[in-house]
Design a protein around this ligand. Sequence first.
Ligand SMILES: NC(=O)c1ccc[n+]([C@@H]2O[C@H](COP(=O)([O-])OP(=O)(O)OC[C@H]3O[C@@H](n4cnc5c(N)ncnc54)[C@H](OP(=O)(O)O)[C@@H]3O)[C@@H](O)[C@H]2O)c1
Length: 329
Amino acid sequence: MKIVRLPGTDLETSALGMGCASLGSRISANDGLRFLNEAYSNGVRWFDVAPAYGAGQAEQILSEFLTGRRHEMRICSKVGLLPPRGNSVFRNIYEIARPIAQKAGGLRRFYRSLSATRNVKVPLSPAIIVSSLENSLRRLRTDYIDVFALHDPSAVDVAREEILRCLEDCISKGFVRYVSVAGDEEAVAVAARVGLPFSVFQFANPLGSSLPEKLTQIKGTEPAMVTHSVLGLGAERDRLLALSRTNPDLERSIRDAGYTGHLNEVVSNFLIGRAFVRNPNGVVLLSMFSPGRAANAAKLTRISLSAGSRAIYEKLEMLASRKDSNNDS
Ligand SMILES: NC(=O)c1ccc[n+]([C@@H]2O[C@H](COP(=O)([O-])OP(=O)(O)OC[C@H]3O[C@@H](n4cnc5c(N)ncnc54)[C@H](OP(=O)(O)O)[C@@H]3O)[C@@H](O)[C@H]2O)c1
């Protein structure tokens, strides 16, 4: 496992982070704890959670895993989203349907498509931030959070004076070490312009995104980045798979860059490897609730680029941005 020190912070941690969005919803507590331990034995020390994750269960399940090893871990939790209304009913449905849902990807998509399963946005205020933080600390059974993020905030909230003062207060009282925005491109860019208290930036970094460069430009220095959606925000992985099937040169180039195995695996690993290349001193989040995922991704943290493979990454980033600009027009 590659170890990184997030630029501008004293957070030293694994380059690979465990995304806990499904912990307690799609993934049962028992299975979840098994995969958290699997990630830990493969060197993962960063865990990304939120009050809304796992239908509201993720922080509590994570706390069981943290027992006796809190000091080794870096925890990011958030404020801004709550589990869906009527959550307790859905929690029961998850319990009953989990065995079927795990087999049928279609059912998983069906859950997501129901508006009742969508997380609820919380209007941010100092009082809400403080009570959400207190509840997270209680559920996580810890007295501090390494990184406390505004979860999908509006760009306006990111720059609001009373929010900034409240976040500074959370740091000065020792409940929070660093503050972050985990959100869309606009909110993250505003946070970079605001500067402190924001020192960590969490965002999707799919093929074609130039947000890392934009943040570096705004800050005038390398930012501390936590990136996710490495397999794509939509169906990018499937698109790349289809492209590789019809374009043997592309498949050959990816294999020449050192990725081996079945085409599915080659394409997924290529995208994961690319995520580490695009965020070399930060943390890349992955959902790793399947056997072998953590071990595989841990190996990919160390990917280094030959001149040839750098050209392939650049070609694919270009292909993706060309596709995006076509969509825009
Ligand atoms: N606004 C925000 O703050 C925000 C937004 C999105 C995500 N996140 C964070 O980022 C984490 C990761 O989310 P993501 O959307 O980026 O998910 P992801 O890691 O791309 O995973 C999405 C799905 O792909 C599967 N997968 C993972 N590795 C794979 C591989 N090598 N081959 C095939 N399938 C694979 C996962 O399965 P298994 O899990 O079953 O292995 C999961 O079902 C979340 O849990 C959350 O912590 C934060």
